[in-house]
Design a protein around this ligand. Sequence first.
Ligand SMILES: *Cc1c(COP(=O)(O)O)cnc(C)c1O
Length: 221
Amino acid sequence: MEKSDKISSKVKELLKTIPPHVTLLAAAKSRTVEEVEAAFDSGIRHFGHNYVQEAQEMIPNVGFNAHWHMIGHLQRNKAGQALEIFDYIDSLDSLKLALALEKRCQQLDRQVEVLIEVNSGLEEEKTGLPSSEVESLAHELSSLSRVHLVGLMTMGPFTGNPELARPYFVKTRTLFDYLESLHLPNTRMRVLSMGMSNSYRVAIEEGANMVRIGTLLFGPR
Ligand SMILES: *Cc1c(COP(=O)(O)O)cnc(C)c1O
């Protein structure tokens, strides 16, 4: 089977098993333009990338118009470049980065929706903000005018056993519900992005409404 046929049958299979309220985001790092086009042609509308430079080479060359999410760690000095290619920043992890985005948004006269990346598995993870610091960042974001908080993203510890990620998904879901209950200005908690190829089922059971999948769609990296 052609690579693109394989991808499209995987996409169709996955879209069938995922409940309709859950958005399937394809993680495109290290993939080719042809691979992401095959995913788009089969119905995927949200794509994620981890690296600004790789994404700069890919996104302008894809022949379709999708929603692009930055899902990798974003350095402050790349905030402007990221805003030129990404629609959403799903990996916000500091006020400094938020302020850099706010400033660039002003210059570009645009808005941006962001997710706070929660480092729910603390000991394992290097990216994201510890859960205990998320509420205060959310309060700070609520006073910005161009950066809008719309949800949380988490990876959870990667162990190979998705059941071990469940408590971290539960914890992130609880935090999500709590932030929603605060009704902060400029904040609409609507995206809970948890779960990858090996853990997306567990993540959906625990309330994810966005799952980020690479390997299962495109094959091993
Ligand atoms: C690569 C990546 C994914 C997808 O991982 P797979 O195991 O290949 O499905 C999801 N989220 C983030 C942040 C990633 O970097």
